[in-house]
Design a protein around this ligand. Sequence first.
Ligand SMILES: NC(=O)c1ccc[n+]([C@@H]2O[C@H](COP(=O)([O-])OP(=O)(O)OC[C@H]3O[C@@H](n4cnc5c(N)ncnc54)[C@H](OP(=O)(O)O)[C@@H]3O)[C@@H](O)[C@H]2O)c1
Length: 306
Amino acid sequence: MRALVVDPSAPEAVRLTEIAEPVATGDEVLVEVRQAALNYGDLNDARSGRVPPGAVLGSDVAGVVLRSGPTGPPPGTRVVALAQGAFAEQVVVDLGALAEVPATVGLVQAAALPVAGVAALRSLRASGAVLGRRVLITGASGGVGRFAVRLASMAGAHVIASVGQVERGIGLEELGADKVVVGLNGIDAPVDVVLDSVGGPQLVAAWQLLAPDGSLQSIGWTSGEPAVFPPYSTIGPPKSLTSFVIQGSVAAELADLVHLVESGALPVEIGWHGPLQRFADGATALRDRRVNGKAILDVADQPSAS
Ligand SMILES: NC(=O)c1ccc[n+]([C@@H]2O[C@H](COP(=O)([O-])OP(=O)(O)OC[C@H]3O[C@@H](n4cnc5c(N)ncnc54)[C@H](OP(=O)(O)O)[C@@H]3O)[C@@H](O)[C@H]2O)c1
């Protein structure tokens, strides 16, 4: 089958090649991949060694079940999943990492949900009730950010969306942002919750904006810059900074996200869409901060109309 495998000597550290089809055992589910989302984390994984040379890259898939164990969804079921090795024509998925996709939800939209959607949903839930609270979302123009803006707004928060440039904020008010700011300029009162995916100096500045009893979830670090806390900036009334990573079963959250998309409550914004062989173009667009929302790769030769 065709797959994008990690190759540190290749320009984007990945190479399109032919490899053997994977084999599902026990309760695992074999999925024919139709679409896969390209995440910022995938770009890091290809270069950092987290996905080793020769292994298939990619985390987010939507497709159709080919084979499954006695308790899995039957062949033909449309599914979305968090899967290691998503950028291939077939992938093996754990039962705890997938959800069914109803016919009314497109597989292109579903593919966007696992990493970005689950990170947004889980980090928001970890922040406690946000009804009426001021929630600052950094990197709001990106995959995690756009889902987080919508979900926080749905939960009744006063949402402040931070972007790098004015034009990166397009569409965020329609998603539910009460205020769109460039950097952290123009935030005139403390915030109760921060969902941060930028890190570096912006994380430090966001920490300093946090009200007593406030909490900051550190989801990502796209800035790549160190965070230097001025002396005594961590001394004072209690507030918390919590590290975040997706782990354990994501089936319930994926099902919640699919349901929200199906009901029309959660729009899925696709900012770049192309075939697997144009991975490098998608990666460049993502790195250059030109993707508003998610980047999606068509993996099947004849992607489903949905
Ligand atoms: N911990 C976890 O489990 C988990 C899960 C999902 C994602 N993440 C991490 O969260 C971060 C965001 O992921 P994503 O999928 O939302 O990425 P994305 O779609 O590429 O969005 C990232 C956003 O970060 C902003 N940004 C600020 N400074 C940047 C810089 N120097 N370089 C690039 N972007 C910069 C960009 O917004 P502007 O252009 O408006 O500045 C961009 O929209 C990544 O670090 C990712 O690895 C972690």
